[in-house]
Design a protein around this ligand. Structure first.
Ligand code: SAM
Ligand code: SF4
Length: 332
């Protein structure tokens, strides 16, 4: 690293970069998007592959970023994904690189992604019942996700993590079933509390399934014990399942926020830096990039954007306002 780390005024250092490659998606999860989809970002606003790689190069080369996670929207719908992965790997052989995906199409691309230098995948799957899957995602594609998971494993993109969101009255009674399924296959399951980031503004604290409830439901069927590895900046509280080695994570983003340990910085598909999922402001790197800024200037803008990061997301403050962009346009 040549320049300064991405430090904020509370002393946190961001080393984990989430890159959204598109706001488009081929599913319509009810906690994320409306059935009809959204007004997608105009193509010209979206960073080109070259621009994405250039900005990641600044983050990794000048600003101390050590982990790059591609997300969206659905990152696998971005045509240039494999090439972007290959070029980032060439920039830095040591950077940890992963993709968060709904798994659709992973059966066709897992081998190419692994060959290009991707380390791991996180696959989102909230249920192992095809009918519940169709109810949550509004698409009948459960088998395709399973095929994607299997291909990722065969390609060596493990350890595979599975992300799940529980919705009251829809799949909250299925948590143990999902955990058993993941344990049988060697996937590391992590439950995420539902956050107020859906485009429809349908989130409500009363209906959200809390981390404590999730733990209780799992503990009714499995012996859970705190895992010994330190949590550090990782958001998941980890538990061993039935004595291990399998583990399950619970990410209590709302009820036990981990903002004090946050090490994230985010780049949206249209080239805006966000210092938090819940930030109300963004810093425009795309215009600077397109008007000839050099790497040093881009790095400086990035540093300034992170310096202003708030202490916490403030979901519990009476003055809390959901960000203008939904999760699918920020990059989850
Ligand atoms: N499409 C990809 C996927 O689903 O994995 C990547 C983007 S998606 C926005 C990233 C993660 O955010 C997924 O695991 C999804 O379940 C989660 N997510 C979406 N909306 C959420 C919400 N309102 N609260 C909590 N997690 C959410
Ligand atoms: Fe698409 Fe992921 Fe949002 Fe589901 S959670 S609609 S798969 S972006």
């Amino acid at each position: 690293m040549q320049g300064l780390p991405l430090v904020d005024r509370f002393g946190r250092v961001a080393t984990d970069l989430r890159v959204s490659l598109t706001d488009r998606c081929n599913l319509r999860c009810t906690y994320c998007m409306p059935a009809e989809g959204l007004d997608w970002m105009p193509r010209d606003d979206q960073l080109t592959d070259d621009e994405v790689v250039r900005l990641i190069g600044v983050a990794v080369g000048e600003l101390g970023v050590r982990e790059v996670r591609f997300t969206g929207g659905e990152p696998l719908v971005r045509r240039g994904l494999v090439d972007i992965v290959r070029r980032v790997r060439a920039l830095d052989p040591g950077v940890e690189m992963s993709v968060t995906t709904n798994g659709l199409g992973l059966d066709r691309t897992a081998a190419a992604l692994a060959e290009a230098g991707l380390d791991r995948v996180n696959v989102s799957l909230d249920t192992v019942r095809p009918d519940t899957f169709a109810e949550i995602t509004r698409r009948d594609r459960f088998d395709d996700v399973v095929a994607g998971l299997e291909a990722a494993e065969a390609a060596g993109l493990g350890p595979i993590k599975v992300n799940a969101v529980l919705l009251r009255g829809v799949n909250d009674d299925q948590a143990p079933e999902l955990l058993g399924w993941c344990v049988d296959r060697g996937y590391q399951l992590r439950f995420i509390e539902q956050m107020p980031l859906d485009a429809q503004h349908g989130w409500s604290r009363d209906r959200m399934v809390t981390a404590d409830e999730i733990f209780e439901r799992l503990a009714a069927q499995f012996a859970l014990a705190p895992a010994s590895e330190p949590r550090g900046s990782a958001p998941a509280e980890l538990f061993t399942v039935d004595g291990g080695p399998a583990t399950v994570g619970v990410i209590a983003s709302v009820t036990r926020p981990f903002c004090g340990d946050c090490d994230r910085t985010r780049l949206t598909a249209d080239g805006q830096i966000r210092n938090c999922l819940f930030a109300r402001e963004e810093s425009d790197l795309r215009t600077a990039l397109r008007t000839g800024a050099d790497d040093g200037e881009l790095a400086e803008r990035w540093l300034k954007a992170m310096w202003g990061k708030a202490a916490g997301h403030g979901i519990d403050d009476p003055s809390f306002l959901q960000p203008d962009r939904p999760m699918s346009a920020i990059g989850g």
